[in-house]
Design a protein. Structure first.
Length: 202
């Protein structure tokens, strides 16, 4: 009976969520982080995000960096744009470029794109400063060339709607052509419109 009680107590303590919260200094707007009621940082932050996947983006002044659950700084303060981690990835950027940060605190993309989007179906959509779109995989390999007029619409990895100049087509994640860009429109439900006729494409 005693073993059962001890085991229950051990599991209960192990499973109990530890607290992690932020407090403002009473005399200024700087913030500090507290874990389990213990202060683990000084009052130096101008912004602290909620904890997401064991990480938080914080600011000292105008630039952001990332802390882990223990309050250890994991990146330099280098970002103008920062977001919470979602499924292992965060959107970050400076005043000119956007990028994707992985859980190892490594940037995935070349630093040359005006916009980036969080991964979907293993692909990261990017937009050039000229306004064209393409996609990279999670390892930083270019999968869809940056030539498309609109953000590719990812139905799944095998079916992607693209717009090249003024016409729509279908490709897969290796940019292999399923239907040439010759349609006036392709709906998200799989219908292609051309010359007054709708055709079922997928």
């Amino acid at each position: 009976m005693r073993k059962g009680v001890i085991l229950f107590l051990f599991i209960g303590l192990w499973g109990y969520p530890q607290s992690w919260n932020v407090k403002k200094h009473p005399n200024n707007r700087k913030m500090a982080i507290f874990k389990d009621g213990r202060q683990i940082s000084s009052y130096r932050f101008t912004e602290v995000s909620e904890l997401s996947e064991g990480k938080s983006f914080v600011a000292e002044g105008n630039l952001y960096g990332y802390l882990n659950y223990e309050g250890k700084l994991m990146t330099p303060y280098r970002f103008v744009i920062a977001s919470n981690f979602i499924k292992g990835y965060a959107l970050v950027g400076d005043s000119i470029h956007q990028n994707i940060l992985n859980r190892k605190m490594k940037l995935i993309l070349p630093t040359k794109y005006a916009r980036a989007r969080l991964p979907k179906f293993g692909l990261i959509l990017v937009q050039s400063h000229e306004g064209l779109w393409g996609a990279y995989d999670m390892e930083g390999n270019l999968k869809l060339p940056v030539i498309y007029s609109l953000p590719p619409y990812l139905v799944n990895q095998d079916v992607i709607i693209v717009k090249l100049n003024s016409e729509y087509g279908l490709v897969n994640s290796n940019n292999e052509i399923l239907f040439n860009p010759s349609y006036q429109y392709i709906s998200h439900k799989g219908y292609g419109y051309k010359s007054g006729t709708y055709l079922r494409l997928f």
